[in-house]
Design a protein around this ligand. Sequence first.
Ligand SMILES: C[S@@+](CC[C@H](N)C(=O)[O-])C[C@H]1O[C@@H](n2cnc3c(N)ncnc32)[C@H](O)[C@@H]1O
Length: 162
Amino acid sequence: MSRLDSFIARLSAQRELLNWAIGWVAGREGLILEVGLGNGRTYDHLRAGLGADRIYAFDRANNANPLSIPPAGRLVLGEFGDSLQAFAARHPGAAVLVHSDVGLGDPEANARQVTQMSGWLPPLLGRGALLLSDQKLTHPDLLLQPVPVPIPSDRYFVYLKA
Ligand SMILES: C[S@@+](CC[C@H](N)C(=O)[O-])C[C@H]1O[C@@H](n2cnc3c(N)ncnc32)[C@H](O)[C@@H]1O
């Protein structure tokens, strides 16, 4: 597989899963959290499907494409260790969907962050809420689900909050 094939496969998998999640969320109440705004591509996809009003995006800095910047008050800047915990204190269990796309290039730093995210994400989620994560997380309240669309294994991990 060429790098171009691999890049397309990665983005196609992301789109398939987000499309499925958009259908899952329709008709359910709660906030939608985009953890790792980055360029804003996946934020933009969620916004196209679900509207901007109930989506909050998180990143340490705003590096999004100008067309994909959340409206005022919906972009939370800062380190996840601060921003996610502060948000959970203000809106405990308020999210019906969290999309977490936060992988780091450095394997050691990534492993540390995976452990931290496993603790930071669950307090944001309501009971039965959906978490899509690019990293495999471990927490007793995160119930690993079969991936509902045909995408490469280990590309995404799907959890429901107990
Ligand atoms: C892979 S990118 C997200 C890409 C995005 N989903 C998109 O479609 O454009 C990951 C983002 O997570 C952010 N990030 C990673 N670790 C972070 C941390 N500890 N605190 C705040 N932001 C972090 C990075 O700044 C980066 O923008």
